[in-house]
Design a protein around this ligand. Sequence first.
Ligand SMILES: *Cc1c(COP(=O)(O)O)cnc(C)c1O
Length: 382
Amino acid sequence: MHFHTKNIHFPNKEKAKEVSKTKPIYQTSAFTFTDFEDMEDYYNGEKSYLYTRMGNPNSDDLGKGVAELEGAEAGVASASGLSAILAGVLAVAKTGDHIIATQDLYGGTWSLFSSDLQDFGIEVSFVDMEDREAIEAAVKENTVLLYSESITNPLLRVEDIEGLAQIASANNLKLMIDNTFATPYLIRPLESGADIVAHSATKYIGGHSDVTAGVVTGSAELMAKAKAKVGMLGSNIGPFDAWLGVRGLKTLSIRMQKQCENAQALAKALDGLEGISKVYYPQAASAQGNGAVVTIELDTAADIITFSKNLGWIKVVPTLAGLETSVTYPVATSHRPLPEELREKLGVTKQMIRISVGIEDERDIIAAFEEALKETLHKANV
Ligand SMILES: *Cc1c(COP(=O)(O)O)cnc(C)c1O
């Protein structure tokens, strides 16, 4: 099957088993049994569900759906992207182990790695993932995991996953990739040698800004470990949220296709405009498109607050990936936890705006940004 077909047909493959065309919501905390012997079958592995914290048909559906699109053996859904990342990390690393992570991380992951994991006794080194020598120099005897993002935030650097997979296998490390920005529609890291892929399903997988969710995918062996962590940390996703995640996932490919086209057009239209000093947009992220996020840097003549006040119908949010075009201010939101020196070193500046491009007509999107820019420059000149 091609991606668009696979995307819409993954759930409810069994044709006759259920009467309902969509998966029912198993809004239950537990499952019942005929007797104690029957209940024992759960522990024997003959039955799948016992208690929702340990597993539920709706959360399994979300995990399986993303796993299928990523080309993974298994997937585990959880209550958020961060909990999925944590479950994936803990499937590989324990106290006393060491992780090498990219320095240009999503801020929440940066906090988790630089503070909470250290509290668990898991050490993390942050390196420039484009510097192969720096990665190799950071490898220690207790290093178990290499961690990066397929398309980074907000600078939209496209990671060389195959190159990282070579380093990982040469050093006997597992490779984990946060594929939130790319989604499997654009990039499938497991096909390039990664071992684990994590998603904030709050973003493109869910796609409608109505659910907080996460998914981690990989081999059946690693995902069994990740699933046990989600159960024991109590970071399972509720049945309705999982159902919303699946409902969103069904239209992933068609949303991404449109959002990528709009983003490509917007990046082209903004490039070279007066008031914009730089447009960040990937050139060759994948054959299907280059992502739905465009980052711009205003020049110092254009006041960033004035710009944000003149965006008309474009929403100002702390996040990305909804159906509607929105903007965020990375230094104040996603990258707030990063130390200022690191932000400066990375080039995440105070004049930078990250645009999450929606499914509207590209002409309206472009016009709204041109108008905001015109107003901002006009106000600067009076
Ligand atoms: C939002 C985000 C996360 C965290 O996901 P939550 O669902 O908010 O927990 C992780 N990685 C990236 C790249 C993100 O954009």
